[in-house]
Design a protein around this ligand. Structure first.
Ligand code: G1P
Length: 242
């Protein structure tokens, strides 16, 4: 299985740091957060990884290089038009072609290195077409939120709902496994929340077409470094683990 790590966005909530470099290079412990994402993939046996770059792309390429020193093989693709996470995943289509693939968002820190592997196993064992790694935050309104059904299947999902409209307390973590049909679904969606093409909407499109879309809580604690507060939290979590 191959992997895709979207890392193209500007990260406006982390300015002014992100005026100088992408949020994926913010440090969690002694490594950039995207370096942890690569280790998550590697632990799952995924060593062919495509990094989708855009904003301050050279800084990411300078840090990670070919991937050889981390025991992985990296390919970079540029998301020309930075119009949302769905577009970032779509940029990797020619690299993936027609096999299942794993996605970890490049600003995600997960303190359990088995999390990605468990998600891949879940996807294969349950013959899913798309699997969403989920978690239970205190406030779901800054995440995608799923409507859970029987047998870990998903009955709907909404990107960053107002608290009163959230279908559950189960949020989308930023780890996913997809069959290549996700690329067709991305083509069918329009702009969603925030005027961007949302990956959440593309996954929901797959579900509406009758594909098996499942969810599984990821093991360990996950934090994205999208805000200064969460960056501090990720570093505190890292300290606890050591
Ligand atoms: C993205 C996804 C969202 C998910 C989140 C996890 O949002 O669109 O569904 O819950 O990552 O970090 P972003 O944080 O990029 O706005």
């Amino acid at each position: 299985m191959k992997g895709v790590i979207p890392a193209a966005g500007k990260g406006t909530r982390m300015e002014p740091f992100t005026n100088a470099y992408p949020k994926e290079l913010l440090p969690v412990g002694e490594k950039a957060v995207i370096h942890h994402a690569i280790e998550d993939m590697k632990e799952a046996g995924i060593t062919d990884i495509c990094i989708v770059v855009g904003w301050k792309q050279h800084a990411i390429i300078d840090y990670l290089g070919s991937g050889e020193q981390y025991g992985v093989q990296l390919t970079y693709v540029v998301q020309d038009e930075r119009d949302g996470l769905a577009g970032a995943v779509k940029s990797a289509e020619h690299y993936i072609k027609d096999e299942p693939f794993a996605v970890v968002l490049g600003d995600n820190y997960v303190d359990d290195k088995e999390a990605m592997k468990d998600l891949v196993d879940f996807h294969i064992d349950n013959q899913m077409d798309a699997t969403i790694g989920t978690f239970r935050p205190e406030d779901v309104s800054s995440y995608g939120v799923i409507d859970p059904g029987d047998e870990n299947l998903v009955e709907g999902m909404v990107e960053k709902p107002d608290p009163e409209d959230a279908p559950s307390d189960i949020a989308i973590s930023g780890m996913y496994v997809f069959n290549p049909e996700i690329f067709d679904a991305i083509e069918k969606i329009g702009k969603g929340k925030g005027g961007e093409y949302q990956l959440t909407d593309a996954i929901d499109e797959m579900r509406k077409e009758g594909k098996r879309v499942g969810y599984s809580d990821i093991t360990g604690t996950r934090i994205d470094v999208g805000t200064p507060e969460r960056l501090r939290k990720a570093n505190r979590q890292m300290d606890l683990r050591e």
